[in-house]
Design a protein around this ligand. Sequence first.
Ligand SMILES: [Zn+2]
Ligand SMILES: [Zn+2]
Length: 145
Amino acid sequence: MPRLETTLAEIRAHGGRVTPARRAVLAAILDAGEHHFTAADVLAAVDQAEPQPDRATVYRTLELLTEIGLLKPLPLNGEAIVYHRTDHRHGHVVCRVCGAITEVPEQALIDFASTLQQETHFTIDADCVAVSGTCEPCAAAMTHA
Ligand SMILES: [Zn+2]
Ligand SMILES: [Zn+2]
């Protein structure tokens, strides 16, 4: 998997040490089909890894990957930081009730971002947009409550 080696090289270039535990954290992130996860998800994913990375290693590795730009924390209001993988470009709609994250195709975002940019003169982080709303099951549950 070249992506793992490329990322390890980026970490080294950034001045970070590549330890077996950090390699295990990174492999777990890259192997997961999920584009979104919290530190707790990563901790669970490396539960069987040898050597097993400790909490501090997981947190520090997530910080490093954010510094080199592979991960971005989503601007959400939940208590746990949700990381998003920047190697898969898309936006997000997030349910305010259950926290479900649904990916939005990049093209929809580019249109949205360019409208926002014209209106506000902000440079929009188009791959990091998170729009809050209510997902279909939650909306249905509320109507039937
Ligand atoms: Zn995402
Ligand atoms: Zn929901």
